[in-house]
Design a protein around this ligand. Structure first.
Ligand code: OSB
Ligand code: MG
Length: 368
């Protein structure tokens, strides 16, 4: 492909409700969008880095900086560039996987659009719609949580994930089970808020038949997760710890997880995400597609990934209205607990020009 340049566009979208996790409260999304322009087509990518480095070391201002200073110049200098070579060209620069993912996705979208091929087919999707779960934040009270969960179940979500932290774990889980019964597919996500010393507390979740406990311990404590897995019956799922197919393979080998949350931004792109799917599937480890409160751009790509055969658990691929009053693309809607996988070329969606302009704070064009 022949690169013309990249547009880096910053947008700000309020969330429909504050989203509280063990690492902080979010009331809006500050998103960096990448538009790649090539001689043949244009493509979009969404950088999922948050405003602050609380979930991962990346944050949106740093992602923009590393793109401008290092990543875009490296892509501009590469010869015979295509989307499958992006990761290799950017490999000398350590980390910054969310920034790399956004650039790779924009180029992949452009390439697939030029060839008229949908991303889902390119990745190996086997479904045209995927079952969807929803991630429910920490609330001020149990009654407030039960109202929120009731609303999501009414909408048809097929799986509920409760955010937990010390002091908000067994009680909310018990309350949800008591109110909604044992048939609700239920799991929890601690975002690294516990230590191995909390193993007895986490084992108190065992009677509630949870699908999994996501990332209870520090992201670097893979061995700790392996030890915890021997002390609790609920399957351990890793999110923050899994940054590549290699770290996934190592975590599996150590016995640190029985399930993996695959987030393309966290692992550097959709092609690496597919490799994690392949590694996990070969090892008999279930995977599901995580989320980072994406706009319709990132959501479209996540739905394509979630349609791969190894994604046997519902993902955090919720409908647009779970996050935003107005998305920047046509909204993704939940129907019968599922969302349709886009079938058009590339991501299959584009930002709506008016809507995009209304939420844009800055744009910068970098010619290649
Ligand atoms: O840990 O999965 C997480 C959102 C932002 C950062 C980290 C996480 C989350 C979620 C929400 O749980 C997932 C979503 O609905 O996009
Ligand atoms: Mg998580």
């Amino acid at each position: 492909m022949k690169l013309t340049g990249f547009e880096l566009r910053r947008i700000e979208l309020p969330l429909v409700a504050p989203f509280r996790t063990s690492f902080g409260v979010q009331t809006g999304r500050r998103v960096l969008l990448v538009r790649a322009v090539t001689a043949d087509a244009e493509g979009w990518g969404e950088c999922v880095a948050m405003a602050d480095p609380l979930y991962s070391p990346e944050y949106v201002d740093a992602a923009e900086d590393v793109m401008k200073r290092f990543l875009v110049p490296a892509l501009a200098a590469a010869d015979r560039l295509d989307a499958s070579r992006v990761a290799t060209v950017l490999a000398p620069f350590k980390g910054h996987r969310m920034a790399k993912c956004a650039l790779e996705t924009a180029l992949l979208d452009a390439e697939l659009r030029a060839e008229g091929r949908p991303l889902a087919r390119e990745l190996g999707a086997v479904r045209d719609r995927v079952p969807c779960g929803v991630s429910v934040g920490i609330m001020d009270s149990v009654p407030q949580l039960l109202d929120a969960v009731a609303g999501y179940l009414d909408q048809g979500y097929v799986r509920i994930k409760l955010k937990i932290e010390p002091g908000w774990d067994v009680e909310p889980v018990r309350a949800v089970r008591e109110r909604f019964g044992d048939d609700v597919a239920l799991q929890v996500d601690a975002n690294t808020a516990y230590t191995l010393a909390d193993a007895r507390q986490l084992a108190k979740l065992d009677p509630f038949d949870l699908l999994l406990i996501e990332q209870p311990l520090d992201e670097e404590d893979v061995l700790g997760h392996a030890e915890l897995a021997r002390l609790v019956d609920t399957p351990i799922c890793l999110d923050e710890s899994i940054t590549s197919a290699a770290t996934a393979a190592a975590a599996i080998r150590l016995g640190a997880c029985r399930v993996v949350n695959v987030k393309p931004g966290r692992v550097g792109g959709y092609l690496e995400a597919r490799r994690i799917h392949d590694v996990c599937t070969a090892a008999g480890i279930a995977v599901w597609c995580g989320g980072m409160l994406e706009t319709g751009i990132g959501r479209a790509a996540n739905l394509a990934l979630a349609a791969l055969p190894g994604f046997t658990l519902p993902g955090d691929t919720s409908a647009s209205d779970r996050y935003f009053h107005t998305d920047i693309t046509e909204p993704f809607v939940l129907a019968g607990g599922h969302i349709e996988v886009p079938s058009g070329p590339g991501l299959g969606v584009e930002p709506l020009a008016d809507r995009l302009d209304a939420v844009t704070t800055t744009t910068e064009w970098i010619a290649c």
